[in-house]
Design a protein. Structure first.
Length: 189
């Protein structure tokens, strides 16, 4: 759950998995999609609206995609809501992409609009992500970090037994402005 400045001064938003039916051209029946959604409150959490589907998380590459492991972050300067998630793909490297999308009207639009999703781990760097095969680590989710701003640099902590890696943020933005994403998969046997 995150606080978003503005409105009446007491706005909150949280993200969750949403399983919904999607009509796909050429299919006679709707398909079930595991996607992302947000819920929002403008009265300090007394009431909630939603779920609001995050459309870029619904079948971004094919009808077999499944969105999971969501993280949200709010830019305190602009109130932009960022959402990252693991997009499990059928034939992707290690079977997962980390995607990111943002909304500038998450608290006001019905439904909110979202940017096109961006793949943060293109195929050239997917092998840099821990796939759970490192025998020195237990089966843990790996955290990666996305820098703020239009360049959205990706920081992948080095394999380490530490669950709290040190991040050197861009000089213009404090580390608290970085967006955290989770990459998770299971150890192969």
């Amino acid at each position: 759950m995150k606080y978003i400045a503005g409105g009446g001064g007491c706005q909150f938003v949280y993200s969750s998995i949403d399983v919904t039916n999607v009509t796909v051209t050429g299919n006679p029946k709707p398909l079930s999609a595991q996607t992302m959604s947000i819920h929002r409150s403008t009265d300090c959490g007394h009431t909630w609206a939603g779920p609001f589907e995050v459309k870029p998380a619904t079948f971004p590459t094919s009808t077999t995609d499944a969105a999971d492991k969501e993280f949200i972050s709010v830019d305190p300067d602009t109130a932009r809501l960022g959402l990252s998630w693991s997009n499990f793909v059928q034939n992707g490297a290690a079977g997962v992409e980390i995607r990111f999308s943002y909304s500038d009207n998450a608290m006001t639009a019905n439904p909110p609009t979202w940017s096109n999703s961006t793949v943060l781990n293109p195929s050239s760097v997917r092998s840099a992500f821990d796939t759970g095969r490192n025998r020195d680590l237990p089966d843990l989710a790996r955290t990666v970090f996305i820098s703020p701003g239009p360049t959205r640099k990706l920081f992948i902590p080095q394999k380490s037994k530490s669950l709290f890696p040190t991040i050197t943020a861009e000089p213009s933005k404090p580390q608290s402005h970085w967006i955290r994403a989770l990459y998770c998969c299971r150890r192969s046997s």
